[in-house]
Unconditional design. Structure first.
Length: 222
């Protein structure tokens, strides 16, 4: 594996910005976008349960249906080369006893039966006692959403390293968007909800200078 220099990594972070409008005539090559998706697929998640699903919305008519309820992407939705809706799993498939969790441990992690049950009980304790995720359906969905943001961050950084722009999108009407997911996209909204969205493409304008707090303001060594 080729060694990437620290400066190369930081250059990608300096390049990345919240691109609000893209060049509609420039499309991301298929192999480069697949690399972005692979960085999402290979991302870590709590217990390795991968509570995400990535919808790539390329159909202009479907994008138009998202537009009225996505106030944070009024310029990026029509112009992005690729637009991704990241879904997070809800309680029916993320609870410790679900078929999905069994599938992940047995068919993806390839654990033997005794290890499956041991891990299930550890996950049950984590949900019931450690993080109290079963007190409300929202708690478990938000926890799954946290895992989706790990994938989102990796996808955006991967894009930046290839000089592809991106913008995370939280500006949407959640309930209305979920209805559209069910009615227009065929998503089972008992199982999935929208965690976040992201637009990818190539900038058309130069970004403003990046502003951040100084490292010394946010880091404390103990």
């Amino acid at each position: 594996m080729a060694v990437i220099t620290p400066e190369t990594i930081l250059d990608a972070y300096r390049f990345r910005h919240a691109c609000k409008v893209f060049d509609p005539d420039k499309k991301i090559p298929d192999d480069l976008f697949r690399t972005i998706l692979e960085s999402g697929r290979l991302s870590p998640s709590s217990f390795g349960f991968e509570p995400w699903r990535f919808l790539i919305v390329q159909n202009p008519e479907l994008r138009q249906k998202l537009l009225p309820v996505t106030w944070g992407a009024q310029r990026s939705l029509p112009t992005a080369s690729h637009y991704v809706v990241i879904l997070a799993r809800k309680t029916p498939s993320m609870i410790w006893s679900s078929e999905y969790i069994t599938h992940m441990m047995r068919d993806v992690h390839h654990l033997p039966p005794e290890a499956v049950e041991a891990r299930r009980q550890k996950y049950r304790r984590f949900q019931e006692k450690d993080f109290r995720l079963l007190e409300t359906p929202r708690a478990l969905f938000d926890w799954a959403g946290k895992q989706c943001y790990i994938a989102l961050g990796n996808m955006m950084t991967t894009a930046a390293m290839m000089e592809i722009d991106s913008c995370a999108v939280e500006g949407f009407e959640a309930d209305a968007l979920e209805r559209i997911m069910a009615e227009e996209f065929g998503i089972d909204t008992e199982t999935f909800g929208v965690a976040v969205m992201a637009a990818f493409g190539y900038r058309i304008d130069s970004p403003k200078p990046k502003t951040r707090q100084r490292l010394e303001s946010i880091v404390e060594w103990l």
